[in-house]
Design a protein around this ligand. Structure first.
Ligand code: ATP
Ligand code: MG
Length: 676
């Protein structure tokens, strides 16, 4: 069996040495630990003297911890009788059995009872300055109307509804309406092609699709309804398509199509919530497809919601009344957990960002922070790297004094981007939380906890496991690595409520992918380094670990050094077969805007930097300059495609359904041919 391992153990780039104490930064609620005040859910744990002790207890007495938190955080119609029934060696995961609840009641009704006029959603529409606010009462009414509409059109508990919409209030109401009536949702990112959409509709066996006439993104109109029309041609299960109007332009309606808003007006604003079992399906969601064919992961009701809510509150130091700005699209797990479910379960005001980071100019995010008075901002390294290219002036133009926490997710954040995010965007006073997690984990698993005043944050490190999370590192022989200052395959030794329960229609793939590589553990597919102090740093995907002349090295480590060159915007490093070294190093480099350099000079400089900061053997054999890199639609670099190009295996590029821009691959192929 192939037992992958992480890279060499010294992956802490020198610039990571600068540590930042959360107490040196703006951190609210900083009183010395009174556990009950910090985490009221844990008030019942007598004698726990601090946050570190509470974390220990959340792992050592995981059942009592999660039981206490679940009773406190969620509203149940019938309490659960069994906290967990899990067996990682068999891929069996069940939480809070016997319990009954409704997720939409937890996200809406209970807040409407206490604060109906609190703003639930701020829709930051593509058109700058035209944001719209929706209170909890309004969102509940909208959700109930959609719920009644779906019920009237025959959608039943257990059905799966595909939602193909941009990030907008009606999309959120549609997700919550499914939850209200007991249907599962399958949100498909509204940038996917007809084929990719069709595949996901078929896999989910949806008979109902919800969409809009047209989307608007970055000032461009996107013909979403036409894409749905093409997709459903090959989806015999689809009986009806609800079409909402995002723009004023009419679209051709067929016998299958239903005008959504018109029909919603006929519905009552009260919709009886279905009483759901904890383990009934809440949604399925496909992964980004960075490493292969996307997996349709299944999440269930209570455990997922609880985990999303708890991580939202404690990772970001969210406090009641804060405006939470996660700019992810609802089509990704980040959008599910930190735009919709986590914030709404906590009664937060959550921002729905419909645009792009550079529309109409690269100041868009920070203008939005100023206008909407955002307190927590959560984005992706790809956008941070992009904005860094445009310079500080786009940030400095705007007042960012409301910001308290900055978050990053999706890929390793390189040192330069981390520093810029912290120094320029956060004015050096906001903690940056580099959050590691996956579609599979449901919520954040490893991240700094700025709510802890004594917790230092090391730039570029995901740092600490969340409450109830027990990460372990395993070596190439399958042995548990117990010491610190070591690297290995990142696995989880204990189940937690937010984990996915299966891959839709393919439980065998679920078991083989996550539970068989290291029996008894959940295998993440990523590698990590654990520092002397016990902090975790994600070293990248294990597929991206290369072996050069017997030295194992994570490609992220080389990229991090290359990205530190002031001329470089971003880079991707891969390994290729080398007759002498085993594997050689091949780097793709994108330059910052307006940089005019001789490629040969820059290549020499980059090789020198890598030799100096890592080792001579890590210095790239080839450096290919490119205009852009192939990325998934969620903004992640598709290294597997680059590997195939370099191997000249153009037939074997694999599943490209989540590729953002096919032209980028063509450019890379041409550039590669020229280089050889
Ligand atoms: P697929 O599973 O289809 O290949 P994917 O893994 O990109 O796609 P996601 O679930 O969206 O799908 O992404 C999770 C992955 O993203 C993690 O396994 C990890 O490799 C990477 N990731 C997420 N957050 C971080 C982070 N903070 N630091 C480093 N890597 C991260
Ligand atoms: Mg993955």
């Amino acid at each position: 069996m192939w037992l992958p391992c992480g890279c060499t153990s010294k992956y802490v780039a020198s610039s990571f040495a600068r540590r930042i104490l959360a107490s040196h930064l703006h951190v609210s609620g900083r009183s010395r630990c009174n556990v009950a005040a910090f985490m009221p859910e844990a008030a019942g744990f007598e004698g726990v003297s601090g946050r570190a002790a509470l974390r220990e207890l959340s792992v050592s007495s995981s059942e009592s911890f999660w039981a206490a938190v679940a009773r406190h955080r969620l509203s149940w119609s019938i309490p659960f009788h069994t906290v967990q029934d899990c067996d990682l060696s068999r891929g069996k995961i069940k939480w809070f059995e016997g319990g009954k609840l409704n997720v939409s009641v937890n996200c809406l009704d209970r807040h409407v009872h206490t604060c109906p006029e609190r703003v639930a959603l701020i829709w930051e529409r593509d058109e700058r300055g035209s944001e719209m606010k929706y209170t909890y009462r309004e969102l509940l009414e909208m959700t109930c109307r959609v719920g009644n509409l779906l019920r009237r059109h025959g959608v039943k508990r257990g059905d799966c509804v595909t939602i193909y919409m941009p990030t907008c209030p009606l999309a959120v109401a549609s997700m919550l309406a499914c939850a209200r009536i007991g249907a599962a949702h399958n949100v498909v990112f509204a940038g996917f092609s007809a084929d990719a959409l069709a595949e996901r509709i078929r896999d989910a066996q949806s008979s109902t699709v919800i969409t809009v006439n047209q989307g608007v993104r970055g000032g461009k109109v996107i013909e979403l309804k036409k894409t749905v029309d093409r997709a459903v041609e090959s989806c015999p299960t689809v009986k009806q398509v609800f079409v909402a109007m995002r723009t004023d332009n009419p679209v051709t309606m067929t016998a299958r199509d239903i005008a959504m808003e018109e029909e919603m007006l006929k519905e009552d604003v009260v919709c009886e919530p279905a009483v759901m079992n904890s383990e009934d399906v809440l949604f399925l969601l496909y992964t980004s497809g960075s490493t292969g064919k996307p997996k349709g992961l299944v999440h269930t009701q209570a455990g997922y919601l609880l985990y999303a809510a708890l991580t939202h509150r404690y990772v970001f130091s969210y406090h009641d009344g804060d405006v939470f700005g996660c700019v992810a699209d609802i089509g990704w797990i980040t959008g599910h957990s930190y735009v919709v479910y986590g914030p709404l379960a906590n009664g937060a005001t959550t921002v729905l960002f419909e645009s792009t980071p550079i529309y109409p100019d690269p100041g868009r995010y920070w203008d939005m922070v100023e206008r909407l008075k955002i307190n927590q901002f959560y984005g992706a390294p790809t956008a941070i790297r992009l904005l860094l290219k445009y310079g500080d002036q786009w940030v400095n133009k705007y007042d960012r004094s409301t910001l308290k926490t900055l978050g990053s997710v999706g890929e390793p954040i390189n040192t330069e981007a981390w520093e810029w995010y912290h120094r320029v965007v956060g004015d050096g006073r906001c903690p940056v939380v580099d959050t590691w997690w996956q579609t599979e984990t449901g919520g954040i698993c490893i991240a700094p906890r700025p709510s802890d005043p004594d917790a230092e944050i090391v730039p570029g490190m995901a740092m600490r496991p969340f409450f109830g999370i027990k990460p372990v590192l395993i070596d190439t022989e399958g042995e548990l690595l117990t010491s610190n200052n070591t690297s290995g395959a990142l696995c989880m030794a204990q189940p937690w409520p937010g984990m996915a329960r299966t891959i839709h229609n393919n439980h065998q793939r679920f078991i083989e992918t996550y539970f068989q590589p290291y029996p008894g553990y959940f295998f993440t597919g990523d590698g990590a380094y654990r520092s002397e102090e016990g902090y975790y740093q994600i070293t990248g995907r294990l597929d991206d670990v290369i072996n050069v002349s017997g030295h194992r090295i994570g490609t992220a480590e080389i990229e991090d050094v290359v990205n530190q060159c002031p001329a470089v915007a971003e880079s991707a490093v891969i390994g290729y077969t080398h007759s002498i070294k085993g594997q050689g190093v091949y780097a793709f480099v994108v330059l910052k805007k307006g940089i005019d350099v001789q490629e040969a000079d820059l290549s020499r400089q980059l090789n020198g930097m890598v030799s100096e900061k890592i080792a001579k053997y890590a210095s790239p054999d080839f450096i290919q300059f490119a205009q852009r890199l192939p990325k998934t639609r969620s903004g992640k670099i598709m290294r597997r495609v680059l590997r195939k190009v370099v191997e000249s295996d153009l037939e074997g590029l694999g599943d490209l359904s989540t590729l953002d821009d096919p032209a980028a691959v063509q450019e890379i192929i041409q550039g590669h041919e020229k280089l050889l």
